[in-house]
Design a protein around this ligand. Structure first.
Ligand SMILES: Nc1ncnc2c1ncn2[C@@H]1O[C@H](COP(=O)(O)OP(=O)(O)OP(=O)(O)O)[C@@H](O)[C@H]1O
Ligand SMILES: [Mg+2]
Length: 347
């Protein structure tokens, strides 16, 4: 698969993985910024290195597209069951990443054990910790889209994610047994974690943003565009990987401007439609949203109405980075679209 290099991020992650586990790493950034692709790349590069497979085991849990609504579903993510007749360990959820790393359900247990976990007679996290303690290899545990577990409870009060984070802190900061890398594009989930006192001094946060303008231009030059063409494309779409793919994959290089403009029209109509829908739902709130956007576009955002920000981020009109406390349009195309919509409203 094609990989446009992100030297800085690749370096950082390689160094992190090869150092002694000491903190949970939260990799966050806007949707489709390239987080999963980057981590796949880093792990597959490392696993080609001599000695890596002997030293490390990678557990990769991709929760995208999975229906997880109960504690039992969470347990099924982690454990492989022994079939009583064949003696083989099976899992209904196992698959492989494109580079052959098992995706899910790596811990082997007997059916009776699962029942104990289900009925909360035994603690699955304690069990996993004990298994990892016995092994000789270091583990790299990757969770993609962990926010999917945020509304799952062990019992009425205790959240699964709290138990999980407690487990992660033990694996990293306390026991130095495993690296834990958690990916998420859910800004408010990351913010909640960032603010939570129980995770203070136990976690690091790493932003994987879109490509910056210079890197994007380099990518385009390598793809055969002239400098002038590259400047044009970057000024419209910036470094959003999937938008770049759209432009580049358009076989006929001569028509790149049309592709760029078509992408813009799409974003513009989406922004318009979303805001119209907001208006029809709640006119008062909609006015606040418009006010928020116009303050932002004029660099005058002095107050932060969390509800409004939350909604505009949910609608993917804005992106909010809680760690750097930065609010921006979702992409450059959105920036242009917001300006155009505001102009037509305020005229
Ligand atoms: N470095 C890269 N080189 C080539 N293509 C890339 C790169 N990074 C991302 N892409 C492309 O951009 C798209 C989105 O990337 P990816 O799924 O990794 O983003 P993400 O941040 O994990 O998204 P999400 O927040 O939805 O999980 C993919 O189709 C991928 O092929
Ligand atoms: Mg992803």
């Amino acid at each position: 698969m094609k990989f446009w290099d992100r030297k800085k991020e690749v370096e950082y992650l390689k160094r992190y993985i090869q150092s002694e586990p000491n903190a949970i790493l939260f990799v966050y950034g806007p949707k489709s910024s390239g987080k999963s692709t980057l981590l796949y790349h880093v792990v597959s590069e490392l696993s080609k290195r001599k000695g890596f497979v002997k030293k490390y085991d990678v557990f990769w849990y991709d929760l995208r597209g999975r229906l997880i609504s109960s504690y039992k579903d969470v347990i099924d993510i982690f454990f492989k069951m022994e079939d009583t007749e064949t003696g083989k360990f099976i899992s209904s959820v196992e698959s492989e990443t494109s580079f052959g790393i098992p995706v899910i359900a790596n811990f082997k247990i007997r059916t009776s054990m699962r029942e104990e976990f289900y009925s909360k007679l035994a603690d699955p996290f304690e069990y996993m910790e004990a298994v990892l303690m016995k092994g000789k290899k270091r583990h790299i545990i990757v969770f993609d889209e962990l926010q999917r577990l945020k509304d799952v409870y062990i019992n009425g009060e205790r959240k699964v994610v709290d138990a999980l984070f407690n487990f992660f802190v033990r694996l990293t900061k306390v026991l130095h047994l495993a690296h834990v890398i958690v990916m998420s594009s859910d800004t408010f989930f990351i913010e909640e974690i960032y603010k939570s006192s129980s995770l203070e001094n136990t976690s690091r946060y790493y932003l994987v943003d879109y490509f910056d303008d210079e890197t994007t231009k380099e990518i385009l030059l390598n793809e055969g565009y002239s400098r002038e063409e590259a400047n044009y494309i970057v000024s419209w779409i910036g470094g959003v990987p999937w938008l770049l793919e759209e432009v580049i994959n358009e076989g006929n290089k001569g028509s790149f401007k049309e592709v760029v403009h078509a992408l813009y029209r799409e974003v513009l109509s989406k922004v318009k439609l979303k805001l119209l829908e907001e208006k029809s739902k709640n006119e008062k709130f909609y006015k606040k949203e418009i006010e928020f956007l116009s303050y932002l576009m004029n660099d005058k955002l002095i107050f932060e109405d969390t509800e409004v920000l939350k909604r505009l981020a949910e609608l993917e009109i804005l992106y909010y980075d809680p760690i750097n406390d930065r609010i921006t349009p979702h992409t450059k195309l959105h920036e242009r679209a917001i300006k155009e919509v505001l102009n037509s409203i305020l005229e």
